[in-house]
Write a protein that binds this ligand. Structure first.
Ligand code: ZN
Length: 308
């Protein structure tokens, strides 16, 4: 595959599917966005949807050689087998994707995990360019993680990187996974919103529900309830990140997702708290992700190029 050749890239999200033809510099030459259909647990529905949008992209650029396709999905993904093992949000279990998609499109197809692929994209084109050991943390409604160790993204047959379900408060709040005190129920944007709303109950703004973005603004204004909720989330994130640093030797932490929009309000105290709890370990640098919601699609393109 030469540098100018394009690959097809598809990012299947909970609410929308983004597809693009991407060049070797990570530029999307043509793209499509469509709503994620329902009924994805039925065999064939996702294959039909992805094959159709890829066909549409290829037809839209006549004369262009597209040889490979990368597809990324959330949940537990076995990239070696090309099977989407499980997604709580999208409802599938053991959905074979890479093989059927290759048959339908005539392209070589790589299947990957959206967040692990997002890390690949940040390494190739974004905030982790050139990194060999890095942790990518996406903080939004939930918390997802991906690890790059010695230049390789860890998969663990799909089970690696579940940072959101590291227990940070034993016996703490119940998590959707069935556990208690997971990082995700303490430090996700949704958890911050819940905790802050609960802390304000009984005040004059009873019943008010605010976004994590608003909580962040109130932290900046030194409002005590907001500062306390934020501090608890930072503490939990620091506990989890410190464990990862100690276990893997990563020296870069890339923060993405909605909560990372708060910038230094999150990165500053988190970096200080992690640095304060390390002794002999390498101190990681903390940066914000650079690619935003393009990371999944560009990561899928990286996977497709890996087939070349
Ligand atoms: Zn959990």
């Amino acid at each position: 595959m030469t540098a100018s050749e394009l690959v097809a890239a598809v990012d299947v999200g909970g609410t929308r599917i983004k597809a693009a033809l991407v060049d070797s510099l990570g530029v999307e030459r043509v793209s499509r966005t469509l709503p994620t259909p329902t009924g994805l647990d039925r065999p064939g529905v996702l294959v039909d949807t992805v094959a159709s949008v890829v066909d549409d992209l290829v037809r839209s650029t006549p004369g262009t050689a597209v040889q490979a396709c990368g597809v990324v999905v959330p949940g537990i993904v076995d990239d070696v087998a090309g099977v989407a093992r499980w997604s709580g949000n999208l409802g599938w279990r053991d959905l074979p994707l890479a093989g059927p998609l290759a048959e339908r499109t005539g392209l070589r197809v790589a299947l990957g995990h959206d967040v692990r692929a997002g890390l690949l994209a940040e390494v190739g084109f974004g905030a982790a360019r050139g990194a060999r050991n890095a942790l990518f943390v996406a903080i939004g409604t939930g918390i997802a993680g991906a690890l790059l160790v010695d230049g390789r993204v860890l998969s663990g047959e799909g089970y690696a990187g579940e940072l959101g379900h590291v227990v940070v408060e034993p016996g703490g709040p119940r998590c959707a996974c069935g556990g208690n005190g997971c990082l995700e129920v303490v430090a996700s944007a949704a958890a911050i919103e819940r905790a802050y709303t609960a802390a304000r109950a009984g005040s004059e703004q009873l019943g008010e529900s605010v976004t994590a973005e608003v909580v962040a603004r109130r932290v900046a204004a030194a409002e005590p309830a907001a500062v306390a909720v934020w501090g608890r989330a930072v503490e939990a994130l620091a506990t989890a990140v410190t464990a990862v640093v100690t276990l893997t030797g990563i020296d870069l932490v890339v923060l993405g997702g909605g909560l990372a929009e708060s910038g230094d309000l999150l990165l500053g105290p988190l970096a200080a708290r992690v640095a304060g709890s390390l002794t002999f370990q390498r101190r990681p640098a903390f940066v914000r992700a650079a690619l935003g919601d393009r990371a999944g699609c560009l990561g899928a393109a990286c996977l497709a190029r890996g087939l070349a």
